[in-house]
Design a protein around this ligand. Structure first.
Ligand SMILES: [Zn+2]
Length: 404
C-alpha cells in the first residue's frame, strides 16, 4: 500500500514535470518583501512577488514558503539610467584615453563596467556613442555576460557630420543597424562653454528623419538656444542643459520633450578623477574650471526645472570612466536638489522606461512586466542614499545578486 502510494505520487510528479516541459513554464519563484515600491508611486507592505520565467506573474500577499525571504528590505523595479557611456574606463596606465589597448582589453573593461552597473541595481542602461555597445548589447542579451539590458546609439552625430541630406542618410543607416536611439550634439561641451553648434536645418534633418524612421532622438545641449532649436526641430530628449532658461524649459514641457539634466555624477566624477582625465582633448585646466562652475549652476538650474509644470525628467547620469556603478548618486543629487524622493525614484524607473518607449515592459512591478527587481537595505523615502545599498538584483527573472 505504502509503495503503491509512493508510486502514485511518483506518477503525479512525473506528469507535472512533463506538463512543465510541454508548456515551457518554469516553476514560479516567490519573493517576499517588507516594503514594495512599484515604480509608479505606489507602496505596499508585507507582500510577495511571484515570478514565472522572465516575467512577473502576480503580487500575492498570502504566498507561503517564499523562494527568497527579503522581509527586512525594500523592493523596487530594477533602476534605469538613460544616459551612460558603458565603455568608458581607466586603462592599465590609470588614464581615460585608453591608448594602445587591444580590442579585447577594451571589451573586458567594458564588461566590468556592465557588471558594476548591474550589481548597483541598474538593470537597463542607454549607452550613447560607441560602436562596441552593439556587441555588448548582444552578448548580454545572450544571457552569459552579466550586465544591464543595453540600448545604444552606436555613434554620435554633430555639426561636422554633414548637410541635411547626408544627415538623413546617416539616420536611415542607424535604423538599419538597429540603433535604439540617435545621439546628437547640438552644442559644444561644457568644457568649451556649451554654445550651439548644429544649425536649425541640421537638427530638423536629423530629428525629422528619425521620426519618420520611428527611432528616438537624444540631444546633448547646454545653451538655451540650442535646446529650443532642438525641441522645435522635433527632437525627443535633451541632455545636460546647464544654461537652460525658463522659455526653453517651458518649450520642452509643452512639446513633451524629455529633459535629463545630469546633475549628480558626471561632473563630480571628472573632478574626483581629475589627474586621470587632465591633458586629454578638452580636459584642460580651463575645461575643469568650466566643469567646477557648472556643478553650482546645475543646482539652480535643477530647481527651475522642478518648478516647470509638466516637465518630464527621466534619470540619466552620463556615466563615464570611474562612474559606473555609482549611478544612484544622480538620484541622491536630485533629492538634495529638492525633488521628492518618490518622484526621483519614479524618474529612474517607470518614467525612464517611458522615455525609452519601454513603459509596458520595464520600470514597474506589476503582472506581465519583465521581472527586473532589486532590493535595498533601508527606506529610500526617508533616506534616498538607501539606493546605494543594493543587496538583491534580479533581471528578466534571473537572480544576479543576493548578498545580505
Ligand atoms: Zn554623454
Amino acid at each position: 500500500m505504502r509503495s503503491l502510494r509512493f508510486l502514485g505520487i511518483g506518477c503525479v510528479v512525473g506528469v507535472m514535470i512533463l506538463a512543465a516541459s510541454f508548456d515551457g513554464q518554469e516553476r514560479p519563484i516567490t519573493i517576499h518583501v517588507g516594503t514594495l515600491l512599484d515604480g509608479k508611486g505606489g507602496m505596499q507592505r508585507n507582500t510577495a512577488v511571484v515570478v514565472q520565467g522572465s516575467k512577473i506573474l502576480k503580487l500575492d500577499p498570502s504566498a507561503a514558503n517564499p523562494t527568497y525571504e527579503l522581509g527586512t528590505l525594500t523592493m523596487l523595479p530594477g533602476m534605469i539610467d538613460v544616459h551612460v557611456h558603458i565603455n568608458g574606463h581607466f586603462g592599465k596606465d590609470g588614464r581615460a584615453d585608453n591608448r594602445e589597448e587591444t580590442a579585447a582589453q577594451q571589451a573586458y573593461y567594458t564588461a566590468e563596467n556592465a557588471y558594476a552597473t548591474l550589481m548597483a541595481g541598474f538593470t537597463t542602461v542607454q549607452s550613447v556613442g560607441a560602436q562596441t555597445d552593439v556587441d555588448l548589447r548582444e552578448a548580454i542579451a545572450r544571457g552569459t555576460i552579466p550586465g544591464p539590458r543595453i540600448l545604444t546609439s552606436i555613434q554620435q552625430i554633430n555639426e561636422n557630420s554633414g548637410g541635411p541630406d547626408k544627415l538623413r542618410q546617416i539616420v536611415r543607416g542607424l535604423k538599419a543597424e538597429h540603433a535604439d536611439v540617435v545621439k546628437i550634439f547640438a552644442s559644444k561641451s561644457i568644457r568649451e562653454g556649451g554654445g550651439q553648434t548644429m544649425t536649425d536645418d541640421q537638427l530638423v534633418a536629423v530629428c525629422g528623419e528619425a521620426k519618420t524612421q520611428g527611432i528616438r532622438t537624444m540631444v546633448h545641449a547646454h545653451a538655451a538656444e540650442a535646446i529650443k532649436a532642438a525641441v522645435r526641430a522635433g527632437c525627443g530628449q535633451i541632455e545636460h542643459g546647464v544654461f537652460v532658461d525658463e522659455e526653453a524649459l517651458k518649450i520642452m514641457a509643452d512639446r513633451g520633450a524629455y529633459f535629463d539634466p545630469n546633475i549628480g555624477l558626471v561632473l563630480q566624477n571628472y573632478l574626483r578623477n581629475k589627474p586621470k582625465f587632465l591633458g586629454i582633448g578638452n580636459y584642460t585646466e580651463e575645461g575643469f574650471a568650466y566643469m567646477q562652475k557648472a556643478i553650482g549652476l546645475n543646482v539652480a538650474m535643477f530647481k527651475k526645472a522642478l518648478a516647470t509644470p509638466g516637465l518630464q525628467m527621466p534619470m540619466g547620469t552620463d556615466a563615464v570612466a570611474g562612474a559606473h556603478g555609482r549611478n544612484a548618486d544622480e538620484i541622491i543629487a536630485r533629492v538634495e536638489g529638492g525633488q521628492k524622493p518618490m518622484d526621483a525614484i519614479i524618474s529612474a524607473t517607470s518614467l525612464a522606461a517611458k522615455s525609452l518607449n519601454m513603459g509596458s515592459t520595464i520600470g514597474s512591478i506589476a503582472p506581465g512586466m519583465e521581472a527586473d527587481i532589486i532590493a535595498i537595505e533601508g527606506d529610500p523615502i526617508a533616506d534616498i542614499s538607501a539606493l546605494t545599498r543594493v543587496t538583491f538584483v534580479m533581471k528578466g527573472g534571473r537572480v544576479y545578486r543576493n548578498t545580505r
